[in-house]
Design a protein around this ligand. Structure first.
Ligand code: ZN
Length: 377
């Protein structure tokens, strides 16, 4: 029996793996940070024997509530990921699985590799509607890629969509794959109409270094990018620095920042009601987008989510608030679950990569509903 993590987004340390009924593991912290929760490892197993894998430091991870009712993911072919029985006792997370093949992968959520990211960029570039721009390089020397979709023009709205500031939230990039697939489909009426009225600036992965390193929440030097939007720096947060600089050149009429939430088993949005300039216009834009997404898919709901900020009490280092205030635009954080959508549960797969993609397609329907009023007073 062996465990290996020497691959893209691998993360686990082995304390002991001598017998299949007592495999003791710990999750590694993000480099230069105390955050941890993402895990991804490969087990060389005894076929037909139950394996009991205990993550001993689960209770001290970034979001212990995330383990309640959580079921880990497993895959034989790295394409289909299914849920396996998982228990949490307030301290340790125990995953039980009887492998049917010699080796199995386990992960916190369906991984989205850097190689797949590079494929996504090159495939998008094949479209005549898409222009690929290198915003800059990360601390580890990876690409920070921007896709510009639609012909830029003064009359059109500028819509920015970013994902995966928190690299362990791989669902965010799965959503981007669905969104891009639809937006670049020239036989899709919603996409064609959207590109008549808007230009999209899409960053499918804001944090490639953290993604490859198997981090939960930070980049190569332990920076939480979603706390850097007041004053990003090339030393600590080049990813945010380059994106914000480009936003200042293009202006922003709408911003959507895509994330995953460890604890809540729902899809939901968080707005910027706490920013100084929040007003009726802003509220109307939020309501219009939200109602259109509610009408588009039962995967989205507005009952469960984060507590709303008090007026003027927003954290201005967070992307959604910083961009909403600076550009006086509709600005939303979109959150997806690691677990499942409790309104539409799926015992075998939970919240899956395909469901992320579908939600990405439906987000475009909601953007179409709000597009005509993004600039109107
Ligand atoms: Zn996040």
């Amino acid at each position: 029996m062996r465990i290996n993590t020497a691959f893209d987004s691998g993360n686990i340390d082995v304390i002991e793996a001598n017998s299949s009924d007592n495999i003791r593991l710990t999750i590694r912290k993000d480099h230069q940070s105390d955050f941890y929760q993402w895990f991804h490892y490969k087990l060389f197993a005894e076929v037909g024997e139950e394996h009991v894998m205990i993550i001993e430091n689960a209770g001290k991870s970034a979001y212990p509530d995330g383990w309640k009712d959580y079921q880990a993911l497993a895959s034989y072919d790295r394409d289909t990921w299914f849920r396996v029985p998982t228990e949490y006792d307030g301290e340790k997370l125990t995953i039980r699985h009887t492998p049917e093949q010699e080796s199995v992968y386990y992960a916190y959520f369906v991984p989205y590799s850097y190689e797949r990211h590079l494929d996504l960029i090159q495939q998008a570039q094949q479209s005549v509607d898409c222009y690929h721009e290198l915003l800059g390089e990360t601390i580890d020397g990876r690409e920070l890629n921007l896709l510009i979709i639609g012909e830029p023009s003064e009359e059109k709205n500028t819509i920015w969509v970013t994902a995966r500031q928190h690299p362990g939230e791989s669902m965010a990039e799965w959503l981007m794959e669905g969104l891009l697939g639809r937006l670049l489909d020239d036989e899709d009426g919603v996409a064609r109409k959207l590109l008549d009225e808007n230009v999209f600036y899409v960053v499918p992965n804001m944090n490639p270094d953290g993604s490859v390193r198997g981090h939960l929440r930070t980049n190569a030097v332990g920076t939480n990018l979603n706390r850097e939007w007041a004053e990003p720096s090339l030393e600590k947060s080049p990813e945010v620095f380059y994106v914000l600089k480009r936003m200042q050149e293009t202006g922003v009429d709408m911003f959507l920042d895509v994330h995953g939430d460890e604890a809540l088993p729902y899809n939901f949005v968080a707005g910027c009601e706490g920013i100084p300039s929040y007003d009726e216009r802003h509220k109307h834009l939020e309501e219009t987008f939200k109602n259109a997404l509610l009408a588009a898919t039962p995967e989205f709901q507005d009952e469960f989510g984060y507590e709303k900020d008090e007026p003027g009490k927003a954290n201005m280092t967070v992307a959604c608030s910083a961009v909403g205030e600076r550009f006086k635009c509709l600005s939303y954080t979109l959150e997806m679950p690691f677990k499942d959508n409790a309104d539409l549960p799926d015992e075998d797969f939970g919240w899956s990569s395909t469901r992320c993609q579908r939600l990405g397609e439906d987000v475009l329907t909601a953007i179409l509903a709000v597009s005509p009023i993004l600039r109107k007073v």
